[in-house]
Design a protein around this ligand. Structure first.
Ligand code: THU
Length: 132
């Protein structure tokens, strides 16, 4: 996996962020198991609650194209610090990803990043297996 490339894709995705209310721009680049990259940005709404995070935009784009298996996601935002995904996005990741293997790359710049597994960011998760 080319981490630098995935982070660069996340920063490029951020360019399309629609965030007129918060002014906080976020981009994500989701790597599927077959090597394709799906970009996402946050999309805000005047009614606020329909706002979609960058990570979920990337997931929903990929899933709507029939993709179901993922390796990693890079996230880049306006924040000075590493930008961690919100709880709702972590839950969406839990639906489609192997928590022990899926890598979440929090970028602070193109070369400054931290990597966590989904299991680290969402321990004891409720997922598809919980319903069996
Ligand atoms: N946001 C994301 O896109 N991803 C995150 O992980 C955290 C928050 C967006 C939602 C909203 O448009 C803005 O950032 C401020 O919360």
């Amino acid at each position: 996996m080319d981490i630098y490339h995935l982070i660069r894709e996340a920063y490029e995705a951020k360019e399309n962020s629609y965030a007129p209310y918060s002014g906080f721009h976020v981009g994500a680049a989701l790597l599927s198991s077959d090597g394709a990259i799906y970009r996402g940005c946050n999309i805000e709404n005047a009614a606020y609650s329909p706002t979609n995070c960058a990570e979920r935009t990337a997931f929903f784009k990929a899933v709507s194209e029939g993709v179901r298996e993922f390796k990693a996601i890079a996230i880049a935002g306006d924040a000075q610090d590493y930008l961690a995904p919100c709880g709702v996005c972590r839950q969406v990741m839990a639906e489609f990803c192997d928590a022990e293997k899926f890598q979440i790359i929090l970028a602070r710049s193109l070369t400054d990043y931290k990597i966590f597994t989904l299991a680290e960011l969402l321990p004891e998760l409720f997922g598809p297996k919980s319903l069996q």
